[in-house]
Design a protein around this ligand. Structure first.
Ligand SMILES: Nc1ncnc2c1ncn2[C@@H]1O[C@H](COP(=O)(O)OP(=O)(O)OP(=O)(O)O)[C@@H](O)[C@H]1O
Ligand SMILES: [Mg+2]
Length: 343
């Protein structure tokens, strides 16, 4: 992780920093000059000079078409430089959207990405993120490290840091959050689900397939209206994907028309850090029903006669039947082994 210099700067002045790199704020014209902002320039320049000194990518020729603000630039280049060095990304073209937790950028893919355009989801620095209350989703989920492996429950140092929410603990939680998003994309993409193809992950960012073209990114379903027939077809696709996820014991956890992209008549589900373990989480049934309800609310507005309760019941019942069958199959395999040992 190369975020050390950034966190130091954040300690200095969080509010000012947040204003400076937030694209939504940056688009406003003329820029509102808060009292605080006016007071800061000398110190700010000093911080930027210090940061850029340590930002090898800037000196190493990572020139970008997109012109980020000073602070955003440091954070952005620091987060994406690894992809650039690995030839997965050759340019940052534009900001697609600034979400609660991350900004997504349209980028030009490098030779290793096998795509002309790629999307980079860059998480905000830890202390600037609008932290979700993730307790409900963490139940039944192991903590993941940067290489996607689970931290052992008997690793007391990490467990203590997590419980006490020390800076190190928060960093571990952040990495786990990011790795859940990435490994979920990997598993679901492999299973044939309609999710972006994951390309690479680094300490603070995910690189994935981009939906849209050079001018505009794909809208979310929330931004568009559909004819009832097209809507019916898409709802069927969403349900198919929910089943695929459940077949891998996963529930999205934050599904709604805001997290489904629509491009070239197809839909793609995004934004997976809250993915929930359907088997190990006592809230699984509730979380699934909430996902289904939110999706149905959108499709009802598009003229589809969707019954969220019946759909959630159906999905959950099928999941449970399959789980029961899995347990029986495991049991009979174990018994077979015993029989063979007897012989
Ligand atoms: N692969 C992609 N291709 C094109 N656009 C994308 C892609 N991934 C995300 N986006 C855009 O970026 C936005 C933010 O992405 P995402 O939902 O993953 O992040 P987030 O920070 O969790 O957002 P929010 O807090 O708004 O849910 C999306 O609403 C979508 O408009
Ligand atoms: Mg989202």
């Amino acid at each position: 992780m190369g975020t050390q210099p950034l966190s130091r700067a954040i300690d200095v002045d969080v509010d000012y920093y947040q204003q400076m790199y937030d694209p939504a704020w940056a688009e406003q014209s003329p820029r509102p000059q808060t009292k605080k902002a006016r007071k800061k320039p000398p110190k700010t320049q000093q911080i930027v000079a210090e940061l850029t000194d340590e930002t090898v990518g800037l000196e190493g020729g990572f020139e970008t078409t997109y012109r980020p603000g000073e602070f955003e630039g440091v954070w952005l280049l620091d987060s994406l430089r690894g992809f650039y060095d690995r030839d997965l990304l050759s340019d940052i073209l534009a900001v697609v959207k600034g979400g609660k937790e991350a900004n997504v950028y349209r980028c030009a893919g490098g030779p290793g990405a096998h795509a002309e355009l790629v999307a980079a989801k860059v998480y905000r620095p830890r202390s600037l993120r609008n932290l979700r209350n993730d307790k409900m989703y963490r139940e039944g989920r192991q903590v993941l490290t940067g290489d996607g492996k689970a931290v052992k429950n008997n690793d007391h140092r990490i467990m203590r840091a997590l419980n006490k929410k020390t800076a190190f603990g928060q960093q571990v939680a952040h990495t786990s959050w990011l790795m859940y998003e990435y490994t979920t994309l990997e598993r679901l993409h492999q299973a044939g689900a309609s999710v972006p193809r994951p390309i690479a992950v680094d300490g603070n960012a995910i690189l994935m397939q981009y939906f849209g073209d050079r001018m505009v990114a794909a809208p979310t379903l929330h931004e568009i209206r559909l004819e009832p027939q097209a809507a019916r077809r898409l709802l069927d696709q969403v349900v198919f994907n929910l089943e695929l996820m459940l077949a891998s014991d996963m529930i999205h956890g934050d599904l709604s028309a805001y997290n489904i992209l629509y491009w070239a008549d197809e839909m793609t589900i995004i934004d997976f850090p809250q993915v929930t373990n359907a088997k190990g989480n006592s809230n699984a049934r509730f979380i699934l029903s909430r996902d289904v309800r939110r999706v149905c609310e959108y499709f009802q507005l598009q003229g589809v006669n969707a019954n969220p309760r019946a759909l959630a019941d159906h999905l959950w019942q099928r999941f449970q039947e399959r789980s029961a069958n899995d347990i029986l199959a495991d049991l009979s395999r174990t018994l077979e082994t015993f029989d063979q040992d007897d012989v």
